[in-house]
Write a protein that binds this ligand. Structure first.
Ligand SMILES: C=C(O[C@@H]1C=C(C(=O)O)C=C[C@H]1O)C(=O)O
Length: 87
């Protein structure tokens, strides 16, 4: 059996194409998360509450840090800022 190795340049180019596609999906999911978060925030504000709910944000931060460690916390903080603005 003959095995033809992929040239490093080709492997890198193809892998970068995959990364760009993954990034597009992540961006789409973030936009979807922002829309869902806005629905919750608007409903809470319309019923006399506040935009921000700190105990829920702590749950979100724990979820991300449990999965990804300290950088997961940083990622979650950025996500929260995208979803509810700066506090
Ligand atoms: C979406 C909510 O409102 C705000 C936005 C959050 C989020 O985007 O995860 C979390 C808590 C709130 O500050 C919520 O309370 O669940």
């Amino acid at each position: 059996m003959t095995t033809i190795a992929t040239a490093p340049e080709q492997l890198i180019a193809e892998s970068r194409t995959r990364i760009d596609a993954i990034d597009d999906r992540i961006i789409g999911l973030i936009q979807e998360r922002m829309a869902v978060s806005t629905v919750i925030q608007d409903a809470r504000i319309a019923s006399g509450g506040r935009r921000v709910h700190l105990s829920r944000e702590m749950e979100v931060l724990s979820h991300w840090s449990d999965a990804l460690g300290k950088p997961g916390t940083a990622l979650a903080m950025t996500l929260l800022e995208l979803c509810r603005g700066r506090v």
